[in-house]
Ligand binder design. Structure first.
Ligand SMILES: C[S@@+](CC[C@H](N)C(=O)[O-])C[C@H]1O[C@@H](n2cnc3c(N)ncnc32)[C@H](O)[C@@H]1O
Length: 294
């Protein structure tokens, strides 16, 4: 696929209200208990506004109205988030022509994750997607200099890295993933932070374009092995070693290192990383991955 460098500034749309059952179920309960006004987050928990409750539905300060029928539909759907625009709700779901994966925004009580063909893209059990992201970043702290993020997803690792890096280059194979990110309030900085450079393309091919020793840190957070085997290959790891600066660090997300499938995969991953030129590979159980040192 020809890569496309995203012109971020010109593509920022006005953000719609985004809701899930987490925000909407309490509104239904409040109205049933007789309240005429209550607090509600219009952006999946990032901020809060006062909304008016009446027989018509839920009125937001910007005039948007959520009908009770739509509120009940959102409250009944635990696996999706919805936009509210011009009085209509729409589930955040995209089918990718490119990968044939269906992607939806999956709510949690904090940052949402993305469901890709039914698989969550971040940890949601015990550790929420935000904490999951912080653990990946902490494993290679301090994250300074130029950073490569091989798999954009919802942009959480890119956004977090950009807080301390001088530049973050992030690559996403699937434009449908970016469509979901565009509607996710927790991904907004992916499209507004001037330090983040997005590339739409295949990381396996894109890394070949980068100069030797051009990144201080690499965050490699690929889909599971069965969905993207080439991103776990010796050839790919060799490219990562080539473009990493001396003393640079690579965080490679794998998943629970104690799971049966990952216990089988891990020795091969660690061996291939060392063969590719990384001098030391350390397990980070808390971050569900390994850190490789150049
Ligand atoms: C686990 S998610 C990344 C999550 C991301 N780090 C975040 O913080 O939100 C993996 C992403 O890699 C993308 N992907 C899959 N194969 C890829 C490839 N060859 N090159 C670049 N991205 C790829 C998937 O579409 C998916 O969005």
């Amino acid at each position: 696929m020809a890569d496309e460098h995203v012109d971020q500034a010109s593509e920022i749309d006005p953000q719609p209200i985004v809701l899930s059952h987490v925000q909407v179920a309490p509104l239904i309960a409040a109205y049933a208990a007789g309240s005429q006004q209550t607090a509600c987050s219009p952006d999946l928990g990032l901020s809060e506004v006062q909304v008016a409750l009446s027989a018509d539905g839920v009125r937001f300060p910007d005039g948007e109205l959520l009908s009770w029928a739509d509120a009940r539909a959102i409250a009944a759907e635990e696996n999706k988030c919805f936009t509210l625009r011009n009085g209509e709700i729409d589930d955040i779901a995209f089918f990718s022509e490119h990968t044939h994966w269906v992607r939806t925004l999956f709510p949690t009580h904090r940052a949402p994750t993305m469901l890709v063909s039914g698989i969550t893209m971040h940890r949601i059990k015990g550790v929420d997607p935000h904490e999951d992201t912080l653990r990946k970043i902490r494993a290679i702290a301090p994250v300074t200099g130029r950073v490569l993020d091989t798999a954009t997803g919802l942009g959480y690792t890119a956004i977090e890295a950009a807080k301390t890096a001088t530049e973050v280059v992030t690559i996403e194979l699937d434009p449908a993933g970016l469509e979901v990110a565009r509607l996710n309030p927790w991904s907004r900085r992916l499209f507004s932070d001037p330090k983040i450079k997005q590339i739409v393309g295949d990381a396996f091919e894109e890394v070949q374009q980068f100069a030797d020793r051009s990144f201080a840190r690499i965050i490699h957070d690929p889909p599971m092995f069965s969905m993207a085997g080439e991103l776990y290959s010796g050839a790919f790891y060799k490219q990562l070693a080539r473009i990493l600066k001396p003393n640079g660090r690579l965080f490679h997300y794998i998943g629970d290192l104690e799971s049966t499938s990952n216990r089988t995969l891990l020795p091969g991953i660690m061996r291939r990383l060392k063969e590719a030129g990384f001098v030391k590979v350390i397990r980070h159980n808390e971050a569900f991955g390994v850190v490789a040192y150049k």
